[in-house]
Design a protein around this ligand. Structure first.
Ligand code: CMP
Length: 138
């Protein structure tokens, strides 16, 4: 069954001009890009998006990083999109990510790790609706 996941190309990857390479990789790996926008998140939006991490010691730093420049938010669709996207991203810490994974190729640290991806169907529903009304998903 087709599934959708939310991806965010984070400010570090955006600043380093990796958008095109990452989008091409998604298409190459069989994801259909069914929504996308470039956005400058407000602090409120970043905090709301990462609300599950609000008690973590890295929360303030993570949200400041996420508003340090534009991001690209995307809805990706394929069979097993959530799991397959997490595999394609690689481990949260780029130093531990698998060779050729997006975080290994484009991430610099556990915080500046280039990409975010939804981690479960419930999270994907919340995260997709957070950025995209149904009318903007094709
Ligand atoms: P992401 O997949 O966007 O989900 C939460 C983010 O928090 C994660 O990627 C990392 O960028 C960040 N994160 C997780 N653990 C740490 C940590 N120990 N220190 C700093 N940032 C972290």
């Amino acid at each position: 069954m087709l599934e959708r996941t939310l991806a965010i190309i984070k400010p570090d990857a955006f600043r380093k001009n990796h958008l095109g390479a990452i989008l091409a990789r998604y298409e190459h790996e069989g994801f259909r890009i069914c929504a996308g926008k470039i956005k400058f998140l407000s602090l409120r939006e970043a905090e709301g998006f990462y609300h599950v991490h609000r008690e973590r010691p890295f929360f303030a730093s993570l949200t400041q990083f996420m508003i340090s420049g534009p991001v690209m938010t995307l809805v990706l669709e394929k069979k097993n999109a959530i799991t397959d996207h997490r595999t394609l991203m690689g481990a949260t810490d780029p130093a531990k990510a698998e060779p050729n994974s997006l975080r290994k190729l484009y991430g610099a640290s556990i915080e500046e790790n280039a990409i975010h991806g939804s981690d479960s169907p419930e999270t994907a529903r919340f995260e997709i609706a957070y950025f995209f009304p149904a009318s903007e998903i094709f």
